[in-house]
Design a protein around this ligand. Structure first.
Ligand SMILES: [Zn+2]
Length: 308
């Protein structure tokens, strides 16, 4: 038995998995992410939820010694252990400007889990999803690839030569905070003005449009010219980001997931592909964009892929 933990800014999900039955998540439970108490509150919440899942399955908690954790970045390292410096979890980050009932500058995750479990792997949630796509989804057998999620934000995991890129603090692939346009009208949750996530992330889109992003896509799907022009603009910006990672890493395939993409695939995929392939054909001709093979479940299997 191993534990799969998915930490988000608003919710924590915990499941158990029996190694003999891959892709089966057991005793899954969700709770709002702990936002008060000591900085270790999130890690302690995860450990308690694993114990509760064990109780539900009547499994001795001591048999669960491996855990995979998918968590939002950015990460910082203390010693050789990952701590979260995530703006919507840590209220004490300089300039966070958020109304969170804590003054945490970081939330230690890996160190508390290492006191409880013998095998712990913590990765950025998009990196975890990339691992899931490589094991069971659209990136199986592809050595040079990326997973990009277009959701409330934009996340990315990168793999070159069969090796998943981590970076000095496990933050490789923070594509959402790259600059691909000189639009300076919108501020990202990270504080950047006009980065990719500020321009196309679902949360930011709702603020820009003054309506749910789904309403824009519904009008575009019905052929509304103004809505289609906006979708074209979004795809130009996102498509440039996909071109950038392709040019930098010489990728073969990019798997696209996240609710904004998956729910509007028919509109978005051809436009993104046109933008990607409109630059430097010698680099982009060999790169294909595909929908995530695991679809809407890509995120669910991320933490499992880390202990798989
Ligand atoms: Zn940003």
């Amino acid at each position: 038995m191993r534990a799969c933990i998915d930490i988000g800014g608003t919710k924590v999900s915990v499941s158990l998995n029996d190694a003999a039955r891959p892709l089966e998540l057991l005793a899954t439970r969700h709770e709002p992410t702990a936002h008060s108490g000591p900085p270790e509150a999130v890690a302690l919440q995860c450990i308690r939820m694993v114990d509760e899942a064990c109780a539900e399955l009547r499994v001795d908690p001591a048999v669960v010694q491996a855990v995979g954790v998918a968590a939002p970045g950015p990460f910082v390292m203390r010693g050789d252990c990952i701590e979260l410096a995530t703006p919507n979890i840590c209220g004490g980050l300089p300039g966070s400007g958020r109304q969170l009932p804590n003054d945490w500058r970081t939330a230690p995750i890996e160190a508390p889990l290492r006191r409880r479990f013998t095998r712990v792997r913590v990765e950025n949630d998009a990196v975890a999803a990339l691992e899931a796509e490589r094991l069971w989804g659209a990136l199986q057998g592809v050595e040079h690839c990326a997973y990009v999620t277009w959701s409330t934000g934009v996340g990315c995991g990168l793999c070159v030569g069969g090796k998943v890129l981590r970076g000095k603090n496990g933050n490789a692939g923070h594509l959402g905070h790259a600059f691909v346009s000189d639009n300076d009208q919108v501020v990202c949750g990270c504080g950047n003005v006009g980065d990719l996530e500020a321009l196309v992330g679902g949360n930011s889109l709702e603020r820009r449009l003054g309506e749910p992003a789904a309403a824009l896509f519904a009008r575009a799907a019905q052929g509304d010219a103004k809505a289609l022009a906006m979708v074209d603009e979004l795809c130009r910006v996102m498509g440039r980001a996909l071109y950038d990672i392709t040019a930098i890493l010489d990728l073969q395939r990019i798997s696209l997931g996240g609710p904004v993409f998956l729910m509007n695939q028919a509109l978005l995929l051809p436009r993104l592909s046109t933008e990607l392939h409109s630059h430097l054909p010698s680099m982009t001709e060999g790169c294909e964009l595909v929908p995530a093979g695991l679809g809407r479940r890509t995120g669910d299997f991320g933490a499992l892929a880390l202990v798989g």
